[in-house]
Design a protein around this ligand. Structure first.
Ligand code: GDP
Length: 139
C-alpha cells in the first residue's frame, strides 16, 4: 500500500553537509521525497515533537540537539513507506545499525543519529501535520 511517512535530516547531518547524501540513500531505496523544507526548529516545536520522550533522562539533551542547527523536514512516499524507511534508517544506535543504512553510513552516536522516521502510520500522519499542510505535499 502506498503510504506517506515523516522524515527529519537531523542537525549532525545538515552540519556536515550530508543532506544530498542522505537523500540519495532515500531515493535509491525507492522512496520519493514529496515535500521537503529546511527549518530551524524552535524549542517549542522540538519539545512537542518529542513529547513522548519528555520523562526520559536524555530529553533535555535531545531538545538541545534538535535545535542546535537547521534540520530538513520531509514527507516520503512509497510502498509501505513507514516500515521501509525504518529499514533504510537502521537501528537507533549506529553501532547496531545494519550495513548500508543511513545511520550506519553517517550517524555519530545514539543521540546524534542523522535521521528521524515515523514509527507507525498514525504517528506519521500526526508528525506530517505538525510541519506540513496538504498543499505542500506534491506526489
Ligand atoms: P528512533 O525511533 O530510532 O529515532 O529512536 P527513539 O524513538 O527510541 O528515540 C528518539 C530519539 O531520541 C533518537 O533517534 C535519538 O536521537 C534520541 N535518543 C534515543 N536514545 C538516546 C540516548 O540514550 N541518549 C541520547 N542523547 N539521545 C537518545
Amino acid at each position: 500500500m502506498t503510504e506517506h511517512t515523516f522524515s527529519i535530516i537531523k542537525p549532525d547531518a545538515t552540519r556536515r553537509n550530508l543532506t544530498g547524501k542522505v537523500n540519495a540513500v532515500i531515493e535509491d531505496a525507492g522512496l520519493r521525497i514529496v515535500a521537503q523544507r529546511r527549518i530551524k526548529m524552535s524549542r517549542a516545536q522540538a519539545e512537542k515533537f518529542y513529547e513522548v520522550h519528555s520523562e526520559r533522562p536524555f530529553f533535555g539533551e535531545l531538545v538541545d540537539f534538535m535545535t542546535s542547527a537547521p534540520v530538513v523536514v520531509q514527507v516520503l512516499e512509497g510502498d509501505n513507506a513507514v516500515a521501509r524507511y525504518r529499514e533504510v534508517m537502521g537501528a537507533t544506535n549506529p553501532a547496531q545499525a545494519a550495513d548500508g543504512t543511513i545511520r550506519k553510513l553517517f550517524a555519530e552516536s545514539v543521540g546524534e543519529n542523522s535521521v528521524h522516521g515515523s514509527d507507525s502510520l498514525e504517528n506519521a500522519q500526526l508528525e506530517i501535520a505538525q510541519f506540513f499542510s496538504a498543499d505542500d505535499i506534491v506526489g
